[in-house]
Design a binder for this molecule. Structure first.
Ligand SMILES: [Zn+2]
Length: 454
């Protein structure tokens, strides 16, 4: 059995990692990648942090753990979102690494992993991550951990600095404090598994992708932040112990943000597959309440005459749910006709310049929760974003959101060090992280989709 430390870098893509390692901006991680190995790793579909970190910590895909989005979706109710209802740890339907480690009699320390709030008991200690309300007392376990969290913040304080230097300094302070909390825990107790996530890169790249990732040289303020992040990784790793295997991974990478919006429901409407208008069903009343999610010019849908309804899963990844009888409250497609309708929608989508590909969900996902994934899943080309709007207008329209300068790409990274002879394979996926940790810890990756690298 090997002790395992997993360091997570949110949004840190492979190309960017290689670039800043080569440039000498992150000497600790660069050295560990040289003695071990560094490779691209395929993210989840969609490559959204909640889905991806849940895959990293369970070793299974969306069809088994059930986290598809930041918000809860209710597909049997036409994919609508429950207002204000974000996903929580209770929505994760697969065992996490620390559950499996605990059953094997091993201890874990987990810090800042998304979708861990509210905390539940584990063999070890945990401080929850993204989606934890500030000042909550359900963000850590055991309760006796509280004194070690003085001055710790789950996220940046509002207002978040709008300039590059200010944001980098705020993020550096956050990562420093995280490393301090992790190193403190590792100094007091010996854990078999450590999992610490640093979320700063994602925050930085969303806002300053062009300046930091796309330009030739990393600006001084961002370079200083990256050095702090590297030092935080080094400090955490040193405190955990030099005898441990080290995995460093990200949940997704980054690419340029969108400039054009693709209105999937306008396409379905044009083809007579989605009917605007007021049907009798109470959902049309409910639909009004959701219009703010649905983009400009939203119209109520007449479900009795609607075969498919499209919406974004995350930015340029989206889905179309079919209005199947027995599945949806006002389903009008016979179940035996669903596959043909899906094929027709896929053909329609793939005729569009904006669409990279479209597939039936069965070709992309496996697992018992596949019913909560839209029947058709599709991706747009880089530079596009999916709009849910149903009102009249062009299929493709300019899109401008200054807060979305950069956006997620499916290319994450993985680094493995401290395991003689083992390498991250070129076709690695982020689900492999949990499988590798499980193999090293000695309880094995049974039931996981990921494949161990050892
Ligand atoms: Zn992320």
């Amino acid at each position: 059995m090997r002790r395992v430390l997993i360091l997570g870098l949110d949004g840190f893509g492979f190309d960017f990692a290689r670039r800043v390692f080569d440039a000498g901006l992150m000497p600790f991680l660069a050295a560990r990648s040289k003695e071990g190995s560094l490779s691209p790793a395929r993210s989840t579909l969609p490559p959204v942090s909640t889905a991806a970190w849940t895959t990293i910590s369970t070793g299974v895909g969306v069809g088994r753990h059930g986290i598809l989005d930041f918000r809860r979706r209710d597909l049997p109710n036409y994919g609508f979102l429950e207002p204000g209802r974000l996903v929580s740890s209770r929505d994760v339907k697969a065992p996490r690494l620390w559950d499996l480690a605990g059953r094997a009699g091993l201890t874990s320390f987990i810090l800042n992993l998304p979708v861990t709030f509210p905390v539940s008991a584990l063999q070890g200690a945990m401080v929850t991550g993204v989606l934890t309300p500030p000042d909550s007392d359900r963000g850590y376990y055991p309760p006796a951990f509280a004194p070690h969290l003085k001055g710790y913040r789950y996220d940046l304080d509002e207002p978040v600095p709008g300039d590059l230097k200010g944001l980098c300094e705020a993020l550096a302070a956050l990562e420093r404090r995280r490393a301090e909390v992790a190193a403190g825990a590792f100094g007091r107790d010996r854990y078999d598994l450590g999992l610490v996530v640093f979320t700063g890169p994602d925050r930085l790249f969303h806002k300053f992708y062009r300046d930091v990732c796309a330009a030739g040289e990393v600006p001084a303020a961002a370079a200083a932040y990256l050095r702090e992040l590297d030092a935080a990784c080094e400090r955490t790793s040193a405190a955990f112990g030099a005898d441990a295997a080290l995995i460093v991974c990200s949940d997704h990478g980054f690419g340029p943000g969108p400039a054009r919006a693709f209105h999937v429901n306008r396409l379905l409407r044009r083809e007579g597959m989605l009917a605007a208008g007021v049907g009798p069903y109470v959902l049309n009343v409910v639909a009004g309440a959701f219009r703010r999610f649905a983009g400009g010019g939203a119209l109520p849908v007449d479900w009795r005459r609607t075969q498919g309804y499209g919406f974004p899963l995350y930015m340029r990844w989206g889905g179309v749910i079919l209005n199947v009888r027995g599945e949806q409250p006002e389903g009008c497609i016979a179940p035996e006709a669903a596959a043909a309708t899906a094929a027709r929608i896929i053909a329609l989508l793939e005729r569009e310049e904006a669409v990279a590909w479209a597939r039936p969900r069965e070709e992309l996902f496996t697992g018992p929760l596949i019913g909560n994934i839209p029947h058709v899943v599709f991706a747009l080309r880089e530079g596009y974003v999916i709009s849910e709007g149903k009102g009249p207008g062009p299929l493709v329209a300019p899109y401008g959101d200054a807060a979305k300068e950069g956006d997620h790409s499916p290319e994450a990274m993985a680094l493995l060090a401290g395991v003689a002879g083992a390498r991250v394979p070129a076709d690695a996926a982020i689900a492999d992280v949990a499988a590798t940790a499980a193999a090293l810890l000695g309880f094995g990756p049974a039931g996981m989709d990921g494949r161990p690298w050892v």
